[in-house]
Design a binder for this molecule. Structure first.
Ligand code: C2E
Ligand code: MG
Ligand code: MG
Length: 596
């Protein structure tokens, strides 16, 4: 007898079909993307939601080539690898977030999980949830945690964050930074009379105008109400911040047109600087706030620096002080050379090395602007060494190019002269550069010699023993202790320019210059007059038998290329013609006359 077919239980069949119908509806209508796939990644079945999320059509599915692993964006594929390993052990994986690449190449963030189909070791059911909306919402929340909803500008939180970061950078680069607070004058009246809607429009327009006044690297923030803040990193000079403040006030003073009304605004601004006023974010904001209050008290429509009472000049000094060291590191210093002329023979006999600072923002600066600062900070020692080394190198280079050797005079500041290692440093520099010491002259002031005469005398003898020339700069303006002239191994006195200036108009000055020259010659010293600007001054100096002179009459201090032209006789000294032709027959002329 054939085996009896199992009797179909109609109730069980009914339940099964109901279950199948339910599952298939859930599959078809689920907003979660569901697909069946094998471990190799091939998708065998997928619902509409899945196809929509990953941007493929049913025809792609039917082609039998849709692979769920290929859909994962490359940098997330390692997550799929982990998921598969995990699934082999536990039968499930996820949920985890990843990004899929759609058929059109766009990206979609998804939350993904999968499980092995019960009873199977190779078939998977995968679930994907589109996270696009969620991500947008998250971005929005994050954005508004750091931005002002009305103007879209950074808020106080983000401003402080950027300020802290900028302070770290400024500390490293020794750059200055400014915090600028802007407050609209009498804005409460606009709020009260025009209502919040118009007031909001005004604030949006104000934000736009302020942003248009600054660089892209600056930050403009709204702290709420009518308070705006600016962060200006990389300020070279307080004037840069003042310029921004003036520009903002000008932009805000143009009429605002709303609801056919013309509105005029003025603003008050407070400015503080790092590191001058404060070194941390909170104190900088506080200082700028104090400055802003002062601007308001002064009836508004003005800007104030926190540094009360500090003149722009004092601020400029502070900036320079901050820029000195980086300036030296960035090779911003150069030397100009001023000719020194024998005023009997009119020969070029020497040159004085005069340092200049090519400041990137302030232009060419003269030593009076920074030598004092460098002295105070001790940086004069490094600057002085640089000048000495560079001047020696340049002199040697001129000699090596075949020009007649000239002595180069280098100024030593008091602090530099008092350095314990000065003699060693000079010796080393001469050795390194190969300049013969007889072509080096060191200029000292009476003050720096007299600070510690015993030490000075020892040092001067050591330098002199090497063959170096010693001169006393600005002679007549310092201690004028005649005794040291005898004791110290000095070669030259440089008559200060203040005496030369009035030599033709002030008989006292003429008497002083005459006395200096007589004294110098009695002690067998050379005399050079500084600051000779006119023909008459030269005449008087020649009559008094002064040996040499230096000044604008002959030449201003020259850049290296110009001095090279002078040496190569492509440029000439400003010697008055009558000297060169009548009183100064050249050796060649004399010889020609004798042999003709
Ligand atoms: P100093 O050594 O007495 O230098 C002479 C100054 O007079 C220079 O000014 C020069 O440019 C200026 N000068 C030249 N001819 C004339 C003229 O006909 N009329 C007038 N009114 N001035 C003239 P500079 O270059 O500004 O230097 C000023 C001072 O700075 C120097 O005075 C010197 O004391 C100091 N200095 C310059 N370079 C260095 C340096 O490398 N190291 C140190 N420690 N000090 C330096
Ligand atoms: Mg000098
Ligand atoms: Mg001088």
């Amino acid at each position: 007898m054939p085996p009896k077919k199992p009797q179909k239980d109609p109730a069980r069949l009914e339940a099964l079909s109901q279950c199948e119908a339910r599952l298939s509806s859930a599959f078809e209508h689920s907003i979660t993307g569901i697909c069946f796939a094998n471990l190799d990644g091939l998708v065998t079945e997928a619902n509409e939601a899945f196809l929509k999320i990953v941007g493929y059509g049913r025809e792609d599915l039917c082609s039998g080539k849709l692979g769920w692993r290929e859909m994962t964006a490359p940098e997330y594929r390692h997550l799929d690898d982990h998921a598969i390993e995990r699934m082999k052990v536990t039968g499930t994986c996820g949920p985890f977030a990843k990004e899929c690449t759609r058929k059109d190449g766009s990206r979609v963030p998804v939350l993904f999980s999968a499980a092995l189909v019960s009873g199977s070791e190779t078939e998977l059911v995968c679930f994907s949830l589109d996270l696009t909306e969620y991500k947008h919402a998250e971005e929005k929340v994050n954005y508004f945690a750091y931005h002002d909803a009305l103007t879209n500008l950074p808020n106080q939180e983000l401003f402080k964050d950027r300020l802290k970061h900028a302070l770290v950078v400024a500390g490293r680069t020794e750059q200055m930074l400014a915090v600028v607070l802007v407050d609209l004058d009498r804005f409460a009246i606009i709020n009260d009379t025009l209502g919040y809607v118009t007031a909001d429009q005004v604030l949006r327009e104000v934000a736009k105008r302020i942003v248009s006044c600054v660089r892209e690297s600056d930050t403009v923030a709204r702290f709420g109400g009518d308070d705006f803040a600016l962060l200006l990193p990389e300020i070279n000079h307080p004037e840069d911040a003042a310029r921004v403040a003036r520009h903002i006030q000008e932009c805000l003073s143009a009429p605002f047109n709303f609801d056919e009304q013309e509105l005029f605004l003025t603003s008050s601004i407070g400015i503080s600087f790092n590191p001058v006023d404060a070194k941390d974010a909170v104190s900088l904001l506080k200082s700028a706030g104090t400055a802003l209050n002062r601007a308001k008290e002064l009836d508004g429509n003005n800007y104030q620096f926190y540094t009360a009472g500090r003149t722009t000049k004092a601020l400029r000094q502070l900036v320079l002080e901050n820029n000195l060291r980086p300036g030296l590191e960035r090779d911003e210093f150069i030397i100009h050379y001023q000719p020194q002329v024998n005023i009997q023979s009119f020969q070029l006999v020497a040159m004085e090395a005069l340092v200049r600072w090519e400041h990137p923002a302030l232009g060419l600066l003269h030593p009076s602007e920074f030598i004092g600062l460098a002295e105070d900070s001790g940086l004069i020692v490094s600057i002085g060494e640089w000048v000495l080394r560079t001047a020696c190198l340049q002199s040697k280079a001129w000699q090596d190019s075949g020009f007649d050797p000239l002595r180069v005079a280098v100024n030593l500041s008091a602090r530099q002269f008092q350095q314990p290692g000065l003699v060693e440093s000079v010796t080393q520099i001469l050795k390194d550069t190969g300049l013969n010491p007889t072509f080096l002259e060191l200029e000292l002031t009476e003050g720096s010699i007299m600070k510690d005469p015993n030490q000075a005398i020892r040092k001067l003898y050591e330098l002199k023993a090497m063959g170096i020339h010693i001169s006393v700069d600005d002679f007549g303006t310092g201690y004028s202790s005649l005794n040291y002239l005898k004791r110290f191994p000095i070669d030259t006195l440089k008559v200060d320019q203040s005496f030369v200036k009035d030599i033709n108009t002030d008989p006292d000055n003429e008497a002083i210059v005459s006395a200096i020259i007589t004294l110098a010659h009695a002690l067998k010293l050379n005399v050079i007059a500084e600051g000779v600007e006119t023909h008459q001054q030269l005449e008087s100096l020649r009559a008094l038998k002064c040996d040499e002179a230096q000044g604008l009459l002959f030449s201003r201090p020259l850049a290296v290329a110009e001095f090279t032209d002078l040496l190569a006789e492509r440029l000439s000294l400003g010697i008055p013609k009558d000297y060169t032709t009548t009183q100064l027959p050249s050796l060649l002329n004399v010889l020609q006359q004798q042999f003709s």
